[in-house]
Design a protein around this ligand. Structure first.
Ligand code: SAM
Length: 272
């Protein structure tokens, strides 16, 4: 969930000697789809933030609880940008577990994510899934993609998932403009699910070490306040913008970890 490089030149995209966020996240989650560079980067970040694996797990659990909550509210369409390598509790699995006719579009800019997703993910016959090789930094390309419109009906509510991906968008890449374009395309009654790493609870020493590990500046932690500003004009669902570990934690493993160890905020918000 932190550091690394998401530049999308063809060479870099297939370069397994460069750590990639999806593979490093898979390493922290205990998956099998990572290379030496991902493990080295993951270990270096873990040395500065020993709870990083817990953070990854808690983020993943938040995603599952948020999708389940929305599916139970009757949301039947999900647009999951920054999908990650398939792992237990994928968006469509959670949602189709409640309503098999749910339709999901997955978007990622890491070719390994898409290869694994196409190989491993299948929809319930009543529903549908599409996978887009696209970049969150080009929301226009996502929004005009024919496979998006072949799968989702933009006259009906859609849940837009931006889970553990916004912190890979630098300030100079206009995260506000990106969010506004995507949210602006959603019909009223849609939802946004977002989570975002923060260093606001870390010591100056830990932040200095984490910053040293982020030489290319690709990773941008933001405070909960800043995440709230980016999601302006949306109606936050109870309990609002909180640590992902504290978002509707009923049913989550107990005891709940500390906000400091999790260092990731999350929110579900309704489009008015
Ligand atoms: C930490 S993983 C999160 C996966 C999943 N959303 C979750 O929370 O379990 C971040 C994902 O975002 C993807 N990603 C990073 N930058 C991206 C971008 N600019 N456009 C699309 N996907 C991106 C990475 O490839 C990776 O799969």
């Amino acid at each position: 969930m932190s550091g690394g490089n998401t530049d999308s030149s063809a060479a870099d995209r297939f370069d397994t000697t460069v750590a990639h966020p999806a593979r490093r996240y898979n390493y922290w989650l205990g998956g099998k789809d990572h290379f030496a560079a991902d493990r080295a980067s993951g270990d270096a970040i873990e040395a500065a933030l020993p709870s990083i694996r817990l953070m990854a797990v808690e983020n993943r659990l938040f995603l599952g609880r948020a999708v389940e909550f929305l599916a139970k509210q009757g949301v039947r369409q999900f647009l999951d940008i920054g999908t990650g390598i398939p792992a237990p509790g994928n968006t469509h699995e959670v949602a189709q577990g409640i309503e098999p006719a749910t339709r999901t579009v997955y978007v990622d800019n890491d070719p390994i994510v898409l290869t694994h997703s196409r190989a491993l993910i299948t929809s319930a016959p009543e529903g549908a899934i599409a996978y887009l090789d696209a970049d969150l930094r080009s929301p226009e390309d996502i929004l005009v993609h024919p496979d998006l419109h072949a799968t989702l009906d933009f006259s009906q509510p859609i849940a837009l998932l931006l889970v553990a991906v916004l912190h890979f968008i630098r300030d100079d890449e206009d995260p506000q403009g990106i969010i506004d374009k995507l949210v602006g395309a959603l019909p009223s009654g849609s939802y946004v699910v977002a989570s975002h790493a923060t260093w606001e609870y870390q010591s100056p020493e830990a932040i200095a070490e984490l910053t040293a590990n982020n030489r290319d500046g690709r990773f941008v932690p933001r405070t909960g306040t800043r995440l709230g500003e980016l999601l302006h004009d949306l109606e936050f669902v109870e309990p609002g913008l909180v640590s992902v570990s504290r978002w509707r934690p009923e049913g989550a493993p107990q005891p709940r970890p500390s906000i400091e160890d999790v260092s990731c905020n999350g929110v579900v918000a309704r489009v008015p």
